[in-house]
Design a protein around this ligand. Structure first.
Ligand SMILES: Nc1ncnc2c1ncn2[C@@H]1O[C@H](COP(=O)(O)OP(=O)(O)OP(=O)(O)O)[C@@H](O)[C@H]1O
Ligand SMILES: [Mg+2]
Length: 383
């Protein structure tokens, strides 16, 4: 068995010694040198091929900022947060900053080791899977997750996510899957004129068998090449679906698709949180209207409080019209964030394509909306 290289980021000498006492006696663990700063940590992570990093929640005043920096720079290493109290807030912060697990002090050696082992194991597995899927020359990079979200209904999440997914295929020729997390209500399949045999609930019922091949058999194919995992359409059965199910679905799709595009419901719930925590880009759809801007503002404040990395958040201004009182600059100023792309209001063609089940970007390739999406996707895939 290959040794697991573990780094400890802990200010308290007493706590550090406790950890060292447990870990230094374990044959399959190598303790890496201790860094004082993030840049020092980075050079040690590279030099000593660190696999798992233990970060105290109060390390250097704010351990979560450290976790965020590390998971951003090293998505292929596992970070575990160490805490005194398992408050809901701590778990939220840990998840949003990209940590893989949270461990409670005082440590039970078996739990600590179990967590290190599991985190390392899951990383090795995803790296292996990726190599099989993308060939031996590719880096250990798994599919990117793009989530479209707003806490206000009717702003265009379904329209934008669906057309974004089709546009991604057109422009990049990569493998794209659209996942409808608007559990109990989603209309993604309808907007593509598909009558799927299976929905998320079928996958959840059989979740024990989940792997990429299994999940593939539950997807419906559109003639653009887009695959879709539709939402279940019975709100009563949505209760059977948990955050863990959705996390497994996302992770599994990431192992075989280049892009996983997620359409979200108009409310935030624990169940759909994995689509936010695992997003590489979180697209917040906003309208040039006070109520939409206000609800976007509160979402941004909440995400910030939860330590969600600002770099992942992208604003999409939808239904823009020259006649709007509120201009894009006003939206950017109020939300203190620049807009990634702007889609014009097209009150004739948009409802027409949604009702007919035709992707807008396929039907109206030369319209302003299609061109703007294409421009953003090409720019994004060059970076
Ligand atoms: N750019 C646009 N121009 C004109 N109409 C639009 C545009 N984008 C979306 N719409 C219209 O807005 C309505 C809501 O769109 P959509 O269903 O995509 O929003 P949603 O955010 O997914 O809503 P829900 O919260 O109900 O899931 C639809 O009637 C659609 O036709
Ligand atoms: Mg929708």
């Amino acid at each position: 068995m290959e040794k697991i290289s573990v780094m400890i980021l802990e200010d308290s000498i007493e706590e550090k010694e406790k950890l060292q006492a447990v870990l230094s006696n374990i044959e399959y663990i190598n303790l890496a040198r201790e860094p004082k700063t993030l840049s020092m940590a980075m050079s040690i992570i590279d030099a000593e091929s660190v696999n798992v990093i233990l970060v105290s929640e109060d390390f250097d005043g704010d351990g979560f900022s450290m976790v965020e920096g590390l998971t951003h720079e090293y998505p292929d290493r596992g970070v575990i947060v160490l805490t005194d109290e398992l408050k809901e807030d701590t778990v939220h912060k840990a998840l949003f900053s990209g940590a893989k697990d949270v461990i409670l002090r005082p440590y039970e050696p078996s739990k600590l080791l179990d967590s290190i082992y599991k985190v390392n194991d899951s990383l090795t597995k995803s790296v292996k899977k990726e190599k099989v899927v993308h060939g031996k020359n590719s880096l250990a990079k798994i599919g990117q997750v793009f989530t479209f979200f707003s806490t206000k209904g009717g702003v265009g999440k379904t329209f934008v996510s669906l057309n974004f997914a089709v546009s991604l295929i057109r422009e990049t020729k990569k493998k794209v899957v659209l996942v409808d997390f608007d559990l109990g209500y989603g209309s993604g399949a309808l907007a593509l004129n598909l009558t799927p045999r299976y929905s998320i609930i079928d996958v959840v019922n059989d979740i024990r068998n989940i792997d990429a091949d299994f999940l593939e058999s539950y997807l419906t194919v559109h003639n653009t090449g887009l695959k879709i995992l539709p939402a279940n359409l019975d709100p009563n059965r949505a209760e059977m679906i948990s955050a863990e199910h959705l996390m497994l679905i996302i992770k599994t799709l990431q192992s075989s698709y280049d892009y996983v595009v997620v359409d979200m419901p108009s409310s935030y719930s624990e169940v759909v949180k994995p689509a936010i925590s695992y997003a590489d880009k979180l697209f917040m759809v906003v309208l040039p209207e006070i109520s939409s801007i206000r609800s976007t503002k509160s979402s941004l404040v909440y995400l910030n409080e939860m330590n969600y990395p600002k770099s992942k958040i992208h604003l999409v201004l939808n239904k823009r019209s020259r006649k709007d009182d509120i201009k894009s600059k006003d939206v950017e100023k109020t939300l203190d964030q620049s807009i990634s792309f702007i889609l014009d209001a097209d009150h004739r063609k948009v409802p027409y394509t949604l009702n007919q089940g035709i992707p807008y970007v396929e039907r109206y390739t030369r319209s302003a909306i299609s061109k703007e999406m294409k421009k953003f996707i090409l720019k994004m895939s060059k970076n």
